[in-house]
Write a protein that binds this ligand. Structure first.
Ligand SMILES: C[S@@+](CC[C@H](N)C(=O)[O-])C[C@H]1O[C@@H](n2cnc3c(N)ncnc32)[C@H](O)[C@@H]1O
Length: 338
């Protein structure tokens, strides 16, 4: 190739943007490769040790007509420096794949770069151009739930600071997922009684199984229902609303916070924790998804949460930012009396 041809192909004096694009290509391919390798179990399989092409193909691409493509897929992992190849055998390479094999929330974050982040940015515009919307059915809910486990230590810290470690206490969690926080609170206070409300029947069933497995069946019950209209327990000391408010359209939020205020015992508190509007790349993706879906709504502002809790008759402490650099906020409303 003549140097002048190479120069033309690189964009001439604009060659730095070609170099940047080539770098981006590598990073995008690495994210896609790692996301697939994690989601479909290749990383887990190789975490136990090196495997031959035959063994891997039997598990991940058993049809003979897929063999050549699968070999090229593995070679891509080698080119991306995520796999090491020795003759026809492959092993994991690098600290990232090893962490993904053992840290599920971290693996979910990498998987989510494709199924949540790329998909959100790409599909939203694709749908809008066609006059359509993203819907809750488009959300990779399993991966989102696994990613939110990254926040577990932080929410546990909030619980430890806000729920007494002894004495009788009733805790209600709305949108309790697998009831991890209710189980954690029961572990910290042996007189605590927990109630969970969960919209998704399958998730609620998993929560009940995990509660029974932890021997907490007599202390925690989980009801399937929608916080907008499900019957709520009364005389509750603490209501938790963690990572949930944006699941509700704007028009329903004041009503829901009002219902939660009514469920409180005198002196009881509603703890609202979650990402609020105005964050960086990670939380703005959440805002994009939840603003884009007709069933849900944008990330809230702390002003709106405060206003709704005050309208429900609660006194509200100044909001606290729980995480440096990102608006993951805690707003606490307290009912008067003791
Ligand atoms: C992001 S998850 C949070 C789970 C848990 N609170 C946590 O932080 O790990 C939100 C949960 O709220 C549930 N949910 C969404 N809308 C709800 C509603 N209207 N009523 C009750 N639960 C709801 C979802 O099914 C999901 O399990």
């Amino acid at each position: 190739m003549k140097l002048s041809t190479l120069w033309k192909m690189m964009g001439g004096w604009r060659f730095p943007t070609t170099v940047r694009m080539a770098k981006m290509l590598g990073e995008t391919q690495r994210a896609s490769w790692l996301a697939a390798a994690s989601k479909f179990g290749v990383i887990r399989a190789l975490a136990k040790g090196a495997l031959s092409l035959d063994t891997l193909a039997q598990q991940f691409a058993p049809a003979p007509e897929h063999r050549a493509g699968f070999a090229a897929w593995l070679r891509h992992g080698v080119l991306l420096k995520q796999l090491r190849q020795h003759e026809q055998t492959y092993a994991l390479r690098g600290s990232m794949t090893r962490r993904m094999a053992t840290d599920d929330a971290y693996a979910a974050l990498v998987e989510g770069m494709i199924s949540v982040q790329s998909n959100g940015l790409y599909k939203s515009l694709e749908r809008w151009s066609a006059g359509e919307s993203l819907t809750l059915a488009d959300v990779d809910a399993g991966t989102v739930a696994r990613i939110s486990n990254m926040l577990t230590p932080l929410v546990e810290e909030v619980l430890e600071a806000n729920v007494p470690a002894d004495g009788a206490h009733t805790l209600l969690e709305i949108g309790c997922g697998n009831a991890h926080y209710l189980r954690h609170a029961c572990g910290a206070n042996d007189r605590l009684q927990g109630h969970g409300l969960e919209l998704d029947a399958a998730v609620a069933e998993t929560a009940r199984r995990q509660i029974d497995a932890a021997g907490l069946g007599a202390r925690i019950d989980v009801t399937t229902g929608d916080v907008c209209d499900a019957p709520l327990p009364t005389d509750v000391d603490t209501v938790l609303l963690i990572n949930l408010l944006y699941y509700l359209p704007m028009t329903q939020r004041a009503g829901v916070l009002g219902r939660l205020a009514e469920s409180l015992a005198p002196g009881g508190r509603v703890l609202v924790a979650g990402y609020c509007a105005g964050g960086g790349l990670g939380s703005n993706i959440l805002d994009l998804w939840f603003s884009a879906m007709p069933e849900t709504g944008p990330l809230p502002t702390t002003e709106a949460i405060t206003e709704d809790l005050e309208a429900a008759g609660l006194s509200v402490a100044p909001p606290r930012q729980l995480m440096p650099g990102d608006p993951y906020m805690l707003v606490v409303g307290t009912r008067s009396g003791s």
